[in-house]
Every structure is written in structure tokens, then in C-alpha cells.
Design a protein around this ligand. Sequence first.
Ligand SMILES: CC(C)(COP(=O)(O)OP(=O)(O)OC[C@H]1O[C@@H](n2cnc3c(N)ncnc32)[C@H](O)[C@@H]1OP(=O)(O)O)[C@@H](O)C(=O)NCCC(=O)NCCSC(=O)c1cc(O)c2ccccc2c1O
Length: 134
Amino acid sequence: MFQYNQKVLFKHCDPAGIVFYPRYFEMLNDTVEEFFDSELGQSFSQIHQTASIPTVQMNATFSAPSRLGDKLVINLEVCRIGRSSADLDFKTYCEEQLRFSANSTLVYVDTNGKPNSWPDSLRRALQTRLQGED
Ligand SMILES: CC(C)(COP(=O)(O)OP(=O)(O)OC[C@H]1O[C@@H](n2cnc3c(N)ncnc32)[C@H](O)[C@@H]1OP(=O)(O)O)[C@@H](O)C(=O)NCCC(=O)NCCSC(=O)c1cc(O)c2ccccc2c1O
């Protein structure tokens, strides 16, 4: 499981003082970007020279509000790897409290936006992080 630390900053909060939900989606994307870079060894700048990895579906549940200064830990797990797609699972905690959970599907596409098989190097890297494979 990959972990990403995110302190809740002023820019994440709405006038009610809680994290506004689009900011959570940005945090998830930051988590995915860091996962590809530091865990899979392929930065987005490298990948985006020849491909892209858009999200095609996402489900989210907001269990408890987060507030300025909270120290969030976002856990990312790879749940499934398909031909061109992969399912990710996210759980965001503050200490022991679950704040936000989500699952998403990414699809590897070529420069024309057409789905393409994962390149061998990325598939192998994803495979080693597949939930239950370690
Ligand atoms: C991505 C598409 C071109 C796919 O087109 P289409 O669905 O017609 O293709 P296929 O039917 O061949 O399916 C390919 C593959 O995807 C799986 N799949 C498709 N739809 C779903 C779905 N709703 N749920 C689950 N899985 C789905 C399908 O099973 C196939 O899997 P295989 O493994 O068997 O190959 C087309 O859908 C498209 O262009 N969609 C729009 C995408 C988009 O604009 N998303 C909006 C946000 S973009 C975004 O958030 C984002 C952008 C980035 O550049 C990123 C870069 C890096 C990381 C994250 C990024 C990111 O999140």
C-alpha cells in the first residue's frame, strides 16, 4: 500500500471551514502522480510524452469532515489491472478516523486518446503493487 501525507491547508477549505470536496479529488490526483513517480518509477512528465492516463470512473464516500491543519494520510492500493485499465482504491484517514474513501479506474491512452495496452514496464510495476500480491 502506498501512503501520501497531506496537511489540510487554507486553500482546501470552504467558508464552512471544512475541506471542499473537489479539493479531495485534487489530493487524490496528487497521490496518483506521486505513486507513479516514486513507486512505479515513471513520472507524469515521462508518461505524458507518449501517452496519458485519464480517469474514466470514480466513486466517492465522505465519512467525516476535515478541517484546517488536519494531517491526512491517503492510502492507495491497486485493486485490478486490465488490458489498458487499472482500478485504484483510496482511503483517507486523520489519525484513526476515516474521512474519505474512493475507487477509480484509470485508462492508458495513446496520444490520440485511444485505449492502449499498458506498456510492459508499467504493467510489471503495477503488478508488483497489486493488492494481495506482496
Ligand atoms: C479513456 C477512453 C478513451 C476509453 O474509451 P472507451 O471507454 O470507448 O474504450 P474501451 O471501451 O475500449 O475501454 C477501454 C478500457 O477502459 C475500461 N473502461 C471504460 N469505461 C469504463 C468505466 N466507465 N468504468 C470502468 N472501466 C471502464 C474498459 O473496461 C477497458 O478496460 P481494459 O482493461 O479491458 O482495456 C474514454 O472513456 C475517454 O476518453 N473518457 C474520458 C476521460 C476523461 O476525460 N476523464 C475526465 C477526467 S481526466 C482526468 O481526470 C485525468 C487526466 C489525466 O491526464 C491524467 C493523467 C494521469 C493520471 C490521472 C489523470 C486523470 O485522472
